[in-house]
Design a protein around this ligand. Structure first.
Ligand SMILES: Cc1cc2nc3c(=O)[nH]c(=O)nc-3n(C[C@H](O)[C@H](O)[C@H](O)COP(=O)(O)O)c2cc1C
Length: 186
């Protein structure tokens, strides 16, 4: 048994999603004592924004003509995918930023999707594995609120983790994390 944990927040020790992930990881460790936990923190160590285009570019050029940048991007995508496919369970701690998905998460997903194992319509190596998606937003966008439907991150994350990768996905949402922090949300 092994766990892969992905943190995405840019807020360091103040992160709500990382705090939720700490709880989820703690529970998992209690159920699987001594089992390995592999962590990647995209907020602390972002992936290069140019890597995705470089990896995609290799599709149109024979391998012997790949540039060093393209080779590096393909190797990075493979390393990220290795981390995922080696895990029996996953935790994704993914905040809402600017009404959408974090650029760091988007870059990570885009790169992983360039790996032949993870290409849409491909092998589905993660199908059926348990995963927890922990998300947090400063405001509230539920039915009946003035900004109902403004969270454009969660739907996309459900598509990728649940529908495309076919993980057995549990979603935990925390709202109004900025109440008492942002003067607009007293
Ligand atoms: C740059 C930035 C943009 C944000 N944009 C939104 C937003 O569009 N809507 C919202 O409800 N909260 C927004 N928030 C608040 C975060 O969703 C909230 O702080 C959440 O707890 C972030 O998760 P984290 O603490 O794990 O980073 C934003 C926060 C930051 C730092």
């Amino acid at each position: 048994m092994s766990l892969f944990r992905l943190d995405i927040s840019i807020l360091g020790a103040r992160s709500s999603t990382s705090a939720l992930a700490d709880l989820a990881e703690q529970e998992w460790r209690a159920a699987a004592p001594g089992a390995p936990v592999v962590r990647r923190h995209l907020g602390e160590a972002p992936l290069p924004a140019t890597a995705w285009a470089a990896a995609v570019g290799t599709r149109f050029v024979p391998p012997e003509r790949h540039t060093p940048e393209q080779r590096e991007a393909v190797a990075l995508a493979a390393a990220l995918t290795d981390e995922l496919v080696a895990a029996d369970a996953m935790i994704f701690a993914a905040p809402l930023y600017n009404f959408g998905v974090s650029q760091h998460l988007k870059t990570w997903v885009d790169l992983v999707l360039t790996d032949p194992r993870m290409a849409p319509g491909g092998q589905k190596p993660l199908a059926g594995r348990p995963a927890v998606l922990l998300t947090a937003r400063g405001g509230a966008y539920g039915p009946g609120t003035p900004r109902d439907g403004w969270d454009h991150a969660l739907g996309w994350m459900r598509r990728i983790f649940g529908d495309v990768w076919e993980l057995d996905l549990t979603v935990v949402e925390r709202e109004l994390t900025l109440v008492g922090v942002d003067p607009a949300l007293p």
